[in-house]
Design a protein around this ligand. Sequence first.
Ligand SMILES: [Zn+2]
Length: 364
Amino acid sequence: MKNWVHSWRDLPLLLNVWNSVLRAEIKSTKPFIRTSEFLWQEGHTAHSSEQEAENEVMQILSLYKRLLEELLAIPALNGKKSEKEKFVGALYTTTLESMMPDGRALQMATSHQLGQNFSKPFEIRFLGEDGEMHFVWHTSWGISWRTIGALIMVHGDDKGLVIPPRVAPTQVIIVPILFSESIRGNDVLSKCNQIQSDLHSAGIRVSIDLRENYTPGWKFNEWELKGIPLRMEVGPRDLSKNSVVLVRRDTGKKEAVPMENLSQIVKDQLAKIQDSLWEKANELLKTKTRDASTFQELSDILEKQGGFVRSFWCGSRDCEDKIKDKTGGDIRVIPFEQPLDLSSKKCIFCNSQAKFLVYFAKAY
Ligand SMILES: [Zn+2]
């Protein structure tokens, strides 16, 4: 950046990278969640003013939030990290935190305001419009395949993956029901091909499972394991009724629908699945978020039930450390949305004047 930035005309400098990273994680690794090598997307930007850098931090965090909520159907709390938990060297760190079904929180993405903490030691300066030299303001942010781990945990069930339709590489799998003796086998296959082509033209990601060495039942299990949102069964009996059978991966609900207007029916079903996964994940967050007004309550909840515990904190590092020591939970997020009046609120640990509403949890 030092070589690339000379004048205010060179700013903002926005770098986006998709890459893999290696970290010294050896103990207690977990696929997608904590691994020594992981894939991620990271950004590094330089700006001419603090305000512009701040806007970037917040814009990226809100894009990440939309990605998680609108595409992956996983609700995320947004806010800042405490001084203890922030990225070392940042002025502040913003974060998205989600709740997993086992009651542990997962940090989904972060976006950091780095201020001039890096531009000063690295001497990244620019000639401003005012004719003076200034240090740039930096941000950095990232989101990793950890979100895939979250998707597996939040939506998956005992049969395997459940992929939200908006991100499913295959949204609909067509399984022809063929009987070797059936003279109508060719009719079924040509109908399946026609349906595939219609759905494809309507913008639906669809495939047909034409493998002859597996039974339909075997194929059903396999596509369920892989989390394909919607299965379509087409057999001779369906053809004679001019209908097909749709089976939802999330609920297992089976339904015969008319061949007529099939693309629209499928689109509606996919939208319903997306919505109902979102609602279920929201319900999970809701049932796993509790309020505590005493420290005993806070530690009991963290020990017995897990989940987020909403409470008040004085802002002191000492209280934060002691809470972590005694309960194993830490401050996951200081939400952007704070109560207007905290004057009557006390710190959950030391009972002095509270400065923040925070969410505690044990985390991955
Ligand atoms: Zn305190």
